[in-house]
Design a protein around this ligand. Structure first.
Ligand code: DI6
Ligand code: FE
Length: 407
């Protein structure tokens, strides 16, 4: 008898392929994997033979929903300590910006992260990662930005890479040296930006530890000029860029990101119509982060209707970080994207699959269930895919397939 052509076959599934950002459902459907990639997807009726003859392993998912593995495309997952105390202060009236100006906020996480060993950092961050993986996440982006010194930034990126080797998840790393001005550079943001460009960026690129470069363009962080300098250096080193843009005020961040053909512009609460148009022209993905909006009790929502009207792809992510979004649930992020930003459940799911892949420059290989893509799948005990964004605090994920295998 001939060798089976596929390694594994999942059959009797209801498949939300998320092709072109739509559910694009196939039911009853089947999906097959060979060498970690999707080798076949289609209706059960069209399978080219008997399942047992076609694949070495056959999994009957008995009508469960199957989606692409979820992609969390914007996280600051690697940090030490927590900021629960700061949460207390904020509830007694202090604002996020006031706490940051008083040396708390990001600076507090920076001291804890600098002091932690690689192992400590990996243990603390691994706990957060586990919670995301339990909800069907198969790819995650992890930013540095709590080291703000060459050694500590390298350590954070090293730990992020290591999490991708020790846990069943694909990790994309982003260097966010321009996240905040560290205490040693107080009042000297220009000097620190130069240090990021001249010393940290070449060291990080030289060590091959970053897949992209990000910056926080904001009144309490870096100006558009400083950000542009970081981006010019990133481009010279051949690294794509992303930007924390217009989160707390309109600094023209979206247009700046577009000028550098950024993979994504993230937050965007204060982005103007002109900024939206620039994103559309550049093909830059808008990453919406409702967890930060919620946790900081922001009032201005991102211009979702304009982004939609201009055809800007919308991604959704946790922004997992200790200060503004201590969120380790991608499903809750989907819910918030709908309740707070008025995305549809279909748009929200596309935001954590298809469009999230594009925000990481991985659209050719990840984010949809299509032949040739990596076989990363999540299996759900739900009756309708809208439930993923609808339910609050439920985790209907019953199995995860990573690179064609249950892991
Ligand atoms: N925007 C944010 O909301 C986070 N970083 C950023 O650039 C906040 C990070 C923190 O407060 O620790
Ligand atoms: Fe962020």
């Amino acid at each position: 008898m001939a060798e089976p052509q596929w390694d594994s076959l999942w059959t009797n599934a209801r498949i939300a392929t998320m092709r072109a950002g739509r559910y694009a459902t196939i039911a009853p459907g089947a999906v097959a994997a060979r060498a970690g990639r999707i080798a076949w997807v289609g209706s059960v009726r069209e399978l080219p033979g008997e399942p047992r003859v076609l694949a070495r392993a056959v999994h009957d998912v008995v009508g469960r929903w199957v989606t692409p593995g979820l992609i969390d495309c914007h996280t600051h997952l690697v940090f030490a300590g927590d900021r629960a105390r700061e949460f207390e202060l904020r509830l007694q009236g202090a604002s996020y910006e006031a706490i940051a100006r008083a040396g708390g906020g990001i600076a507090a996480t920076v001291s804890a992260t600098r002091a932690a060993s690689d192992d400590e950092l990996a243990t603390q961050s691994g706990r957060r990662l586990r919670r995301l993986l339990d909800e069907g996440v198969t790819t995650i982006e992890i930013k540095s930005g709590y080291g703000l010194r060459t050694d500590a930034e390298l350590k954070s990126l090293r730990v992020a890479r290591r999490l991708g080797e020790t846990a069943p998840v694909t990790v994309r790393t982003t260097f966010l040296g321009a996240h905040a001005v560290p205490p040693e550079f107080n009042g000297r943001a220009d000097d620190y930006a130069a240090y990021v460009c001249d010393e940290m960026l070449p060291a990080v690129a030289g060590a091959g530890l970053a897949d992209a470069v990000d910056a926080f363009c904001e009144r309490i962080a870096f100006s558009p000029d400083q950000t542009a300098r970081v981006f010019e250096r990133a481009a010279a080193l051949g690294l794509p860029v992303k930007l924390h843009a217009d989160q707390l005020s309109d600094r023209g961040g979206a247009a700046l990101a577009a000028r550098f053909r950024a993979l994504s512009a993230d937050h965007l609460e204060y982005t103007s119509e002109a900024g939206v148009r620039a994103l559309a022209e550049a093909g830059t993905v808008a990453v919406l982060l409702p967890g930060a909006f919620y946790f900081l009790r922001e009032k201005q929502v991102p211009p979702v209707a304009a982004l939609r009207a201009h055809g800007v792809p919308l991604a959704v992510s946790t922004d997992c970080n200790p200060g503004s979004s201590p969120l380790t649930s991608i499903l809750l992020a989907l819910n918030m994207a709908c309740t707070l930003f008025r995305l549809t459940p279909e748009e929200a799911l596309a935001g954590a699959t298809c469009h999230a892949a594009r925000a990481l420059g991985m659209a050719d290989t990840h984010g949809t269930i299509e032949v040739g893509k990596r076989c990363d799948l999540a299996v759900w005990d739900i009756d309708d895919p809208a439930e993923l964004a609808y339910a609050i605090g439920a985790n209907p994920c019953v199995a995860v397939v990573r690179g064609g295998e249950y892991r």
